[in-house]
Design a protein around this ligand. Structure first.
Ligand SMILES: O=C(CO)[C@H](O)[C@H](O)COP(=O)(O)O
Length: 209
C-alpha cells in the first residue's frame, strides 16, 4: 500500500512552503482535492492554483473532484500532469460518459464514493473505472474521523473483480494495518502528514520500510 499526501490538509496560507516540507522523494504523486463549495460546502483549489502548482512542482497529481458537474473540469485538467482523476458517484448523472471523457485524454479515471454510497450500485462501471476511492470520513470539516465501517462490505461488492482501491479521509498511521488487510492500494493522508514536524521523514518511514 502506498501513502499519498493530500495538500488540501496543509496550510493554505503557505502552499509553497508546505510542498517543500514533504519534498518529492518519498511518495508517488500529490493528491489534490478540488472542492467547489457546492458539491461540498468547503472550497479548496481552483484550476488556476492547480496550474500554478504544476509550474513549480514535478510529481504527477491525483485529482479528486469534489465538485458538482465534474465534466466541466476535465478539459482544463488535460495539461496539468494528472495521472488519475476521481469523480464522485453522487456528483453527476452520466458517470460512464465522464469517465470515458477522462480516459480519452490519456488520464486514468476513478470513481469516489461518499460514506453513504454503496459500491454494489456502481458495479456497472467496473469495466470502465480504473480505481475506486472510498471516503473513509465525511468530507470537509464534518469531524473527518476515520470510519472503518465504510469498508465492511467491499469484498462482497467487488466479487471477483480486482480494482485498484483507494481510501481518503481521516486516515492515521494506526489505521494502516487494517487498510492493508483490506487490500487497499493507496491511502491518502492529510493532517496525519502535514501536522507533523517533519512530514518528509514520516513519508519516508511509511512508504519505504
Ligand atoms: O480534505 C478532504 C476532504 O474534504 C480529504 O479527506 C483529505 O484529502 C484528507 O484529509 P485528512 O487526512 O486530513 O482527513
Amino acid at each position: 500500500m502506498k501513502i499519498l499526501p493530500s495538500i488540501a490538509s496543509a496550510s493554505q496560507y503557505n502552499i509553497e512552503k508546505e510542498l517543500g516540507r514533504i519534498g518529492s522523494r518519498y511518495y508517488e504523486n500529490l493528491h489534490i482535492d478540488i472542492e467547489d463549495g457546492n458539491f461540498i460546502p468547503n472550497i479548496t483549489f481552483g484550476l488556476k492554483t492547480v496550474r500554478q502548482i504544476r509550474e513549480n512542482y514535478k510529481l504527477p497529481f491525483s485529482v479528486h473532484l469534489m465538485v458538482s458537474n465534474p465534466e466541466n473540469y476535465i478539459n482544463e485538467l488535460k495539461n496539468t500532469g494528472c495521472c488519475i482523476i476521481f469523480i464522485h458517484v453522487e456528483s453527476c448523472r452520466y458517470l460512464s460518459e465522464v469517465l470515458n471523457k477522462i480516459k480519452s485524454l490519456g488520464i486514468r479515471a476513478g470513481i469516489a464514493l461518499n460514506p453513504c454510497s454503496d459500491l454494489k450500485n456502481y458495479r456497472y462501471l467496473f469495466g470502465i473505472t480504473d480505481a475506486v476511492m472510498f471516503m473513509t470520513s465525511e468530507p470537509d470539516f464534518r469531524g473527518q474521523i476515520f470510519n472503518p465501517a465504510v469498508l465492511e462490505n467491499i469484498e462482497e461488492a467487488l466479487g471477483e473483480k480486482r480494482l485498484e482501491l483507494w481510501v481518503d479521509g481521516g486516515v492515521k498511521e494506526e489505521h494502516l494495518e487494517f487498510l492493508k488487510k483490506k487490500q487497499i492500494d493507496y491511502a491518502v493522508m492529510g493532517r496525519e502528514i502535514f501536522d507533523r514536524e517533519n512530514p518528509e521523514d514520516f513519508l519516508k518511514r511509511i512508504n519505504y520500510k
